[in-house]
Ligand binder design. Structure first.
Ligand SMILES: Nc1ncnc2c1ncn2[C@@H]1O[C@H](COP(=O)(O)OP(=O)(O)OP(=O)(O)O)[C@@H](O)[C@H]1O
Length: 367
């Protein structure tokens, strides 16, 4: 009797992660065998750099083409930032085709020289290419190879910037067509999976280039923390991200509901009655203020700008504007007065996009 080689336990765990991430996409085992035409199976794309994480992901995902549960293709984005990038992309594509992924496509992108820095510009160009590939192929899901170590790095970088709950929650396991099945696997696991399948991953030199903050976190900060505090630091950061992610989801849901209950529109402005705002806890109030700023066309205001906007609630007369970014200002506008002599006035916070040609709220409403 021929004994089949046993599946490496880490490779088996990787397969399980992919199956969990694709439960809504995969056809039931056996359902598609025989009669169903191959095209009926949903297409899953693996976004693959040729690095160990996404190559291991491709190896785990391709298993689910068995029995026609899905088709698995890949997109390799060539950012053209390194001299040998075209050769790296070709080599990745060849390994993916060798694993049985089909179709395998290399997309070459132009990384725009903007003020956002080379890493961020490359990321923007990469996701634009992945979005287009998913749209054009009708893919049901796009898999990304981020690991627990990537998540821990993301959380540390967020802490170093003084970020709030949403940002410290790190990368989501799922957003739109994107899924990250390996978020609870270690980078060492993906290396092991690659050697199990005989793959030869590319090691991106920019991952260890000390010019990038992320590289310094990866090569110096996290190893130092693990040496000083114990090897559980990265899993602990990943755990914090999950806890904060749940909290962020809940707070965002509550603040959307509170916002819907408070908001009114007048001539392109958004009005929020201050009595309603005052009764909200700060964490909801600041989110509600941010939602109003975004609805009139602004960007997410910083924590400091939101604190400044909240001070308008302590004022008695008309006040403002407090600038919230993206040309959006917020004013306090008096709406009415207490019948008691010397009693408080009631007001609205008015959010206005100060596009050229628009005026601040009329002075006639001021006390
Ligand atoms: N050039 C690329 N083409 C396609 N997908 C990419 C590319 N670069 C990154 N990705 C996707 O984004 C994920 C995260 O990439 P990043 O470079 O941040 O991390 P990494 O840990 O070095 O991953 P990898 O080992 O797969 O290179 C990758 O696992 C892959 O799914």
């Amino acid at each position: 009797m021929v004994r089949r080689p046993r599946l490496n336990p880490v490779a088996a765990a990787a397969r399980n992660r992919v199956e969990d991430a694709l439960t809504d996409v995969l056809l039931p085992a056996g359902a598609a065998s025989g009669a169903a035409p191959e095209e009926a199976a949903p297409l899953v794309l693996v976004a693959c750099s040729g690095g160990p994480d996404s190559l291991a992901l491709a190896a785990a995902a391709v298993y689910f083409t068995k029995g026609g549960r899905c088709r698995v293709g890949a997109v390799v984005v060539d950012h053209g930032l390194q001299e040998d990038s075209a050769a790296v992309a070709r080599r990745a594509a060849a390994q993916l085709a060798g694993l049985g992924l089909s179709p395998v496509e290399v997309r070459t992108v132009e990384v725009a020289a903007t003020g956002m820095g080379p890493e961020a510009a490359a990321r923007t160009a990469r996701y634009a290419a992945l979005d287009a590939a998913a749209r054009e192929s009708g893919a049901a899901a796009v898999l990304l190879g981020h690991t627990l170590d990537d998540q821990a790095e993301q959380v540390l970088l967020g802490l170093a910037r003084g970020s709030g709950t949403r940002s410290l929650a790190g990368m989501p396991a799922r957003r739109g067509p994107y899924r990250r099945p390996f978020l609870d696997l270690r980078r060492a696991d993906t290396e092991e999976i690659c050697s199990f399948y005989g793959l030869d991953p590319w090691h991106d030199p920019s991952n260890t280039d000390p010019a990038f903050a992320r590289s310094r976190v990866r090569t110096q900060v996290l190893p130092y923390l693990e040496e000083q505090l114990g090897p559980g630091v990265a899993p602990a950061l990943y755990r914090s991200a999950r806890i904060l992610g749940q909290d962020a989801d809940y707070l965002e849901q509550l603040s959307s509901e509170a916002y819907a209950g408070l908001r009114a529109e007048a001539g392109g402005d958004i009005l929020l009655p201050e009595e309603g705002l005052r009764t909200l806890p700060a964490s909801l109030r600041q989110r509600v203020l941010a939602l109003a700023a975004i609805e009139v066309g602004g960007t997410q205001p910083s924590f400091e700008r939101l604190l400044a906007a909240e001070t308008l609630l302590e004022r008695r007369g008309s006040a403002g504007p407090v600038q919230l970014g993206g040309r959006v200002g917020v004013y306090r506008q008096v709406r009415g007065k207490s019948v008691l002599p010397g009693g408080p006035s009631y007001g609205n916070l008015v959010f206005r996009n100060n596009r050229p040609g628009t005026e601040p709220p009329s002075r006639s409403t001021q006390e």
